[in-house]
Design a binder for this molecule. Structure first.
Ligand code: ADP
Ligand code: MG
Length: 235
């Protein structure tokens, strides 16, 4: 409020502005600033590897993606109904890009988001075990957020500690809050993450029960970028 006081006071010096208008403008500015600060703070807390938006996504390049479906997900109704989103497809087709973009939309709408790759998770668990620390803090940091983005669920052979913890997190998040997964492996290979077939089935059953599955089939965008650069050099 202090930062905008002089400017708004000057703007309110015309004949038609009442003290009520002045105060309203000042309060409005304060609210907008507060909301901007919250969004910035929550983006930091989410720990996205980079920021990507839906506006920056080239939908015509990836025709197997239904743009309307993605924009529907961006409304974040899936978070309100504690549903999951699963992006499947080969490397470079935009799975991580879209998951970050959905994460940003969620933060804008007031949902708390946490992003991590399966590899980050496994490393975090390993570090705790090596330091003989309890996983309680890690557990609550991954159970709390309205939206957890678990990126690159591509590693099969997971250490038993990480596997148990992942099981617990996904089991508890079910029906409580939402998770976005990205993977370049079909579900038939996710078994290896959870140690046994039974546990894998229990989790997969829950994850996919209320899930929007976005299967992307197409060319890698990374390759497109590289080919374009090569073509430019040659011409
Ligand atoms: P994936 O997670 O499927 O391996 P990424 O989302 O990491 O792929 O995409 C690789 C790179 O290409 C990223 O920089 C991403 O922003 C970009 N990218 C992928 N698909 C598109 C697209 N359709 N439009 C714009 N950028 C894209
Ligand atoms: Mg990715």
């Amino acid at each position: 409020m202090l930062g905008s006081f002089n400017l708004i006071a000057e703007q309110s010096l015309d004949d038609t502005s009442t003290p009520h208008d002045f105060l309203e403008r000042l309060l409005e500015k304060e609210l907008i600033q507060k909301e901007d600060n919250r969004i910035q703070r929550w983006i930091q807390q989410a720990r996205f590897p980079t920021l990507k938006t839906l506006e920056g996504f080239d939908f015509p390049f990836q025709p197997s993606i239904n743009k309307k479906h993605i924009y529907d997900l961006a409304s974040c109704r899936f978070i309100e109904s504690t549903e999951n989103v699963i992006f499947l497809g080969p490397p470079g087709v935009g799975k991580t890009h879209l998951s970050i973009a959905l994460g940003l939309e969620a933060i804008n709408k007031g949902f708390e988001v946490k992003f991590l790759t399966l590899e980050n998770f496994i490393n975090a668990v390993e570090k705790l075990i090596n330091n003989q620390q309890a996983p309680q803090r890690l557990l609550s940091s991954l159970l709390g957020p309205d939206l957890l983005i678990l990126d690159e669920v591509d590693i099969y052979q997971t250490d038993i500690n990480a596997s148990n913890l992942l099981f617990e997190i996904l089991y508890k998040r079910h029906e409580r809050n939402s998770t976005v997964f990205t993977s370049n492996k079909p579900f038939s290979e996710w078994n290896k993450l959870f140690g046994s077939q039974t546990r894998a089935e229990m989790i997969l059953d829950r994850i996919t029960h209320h899930a929007h599955i976005v299967s992307i089939e197409g060319d890698s965008y990374r390759l497109k970028d590289k080919l374009e650069k090569l073509n430019k050099k040659e011409s």
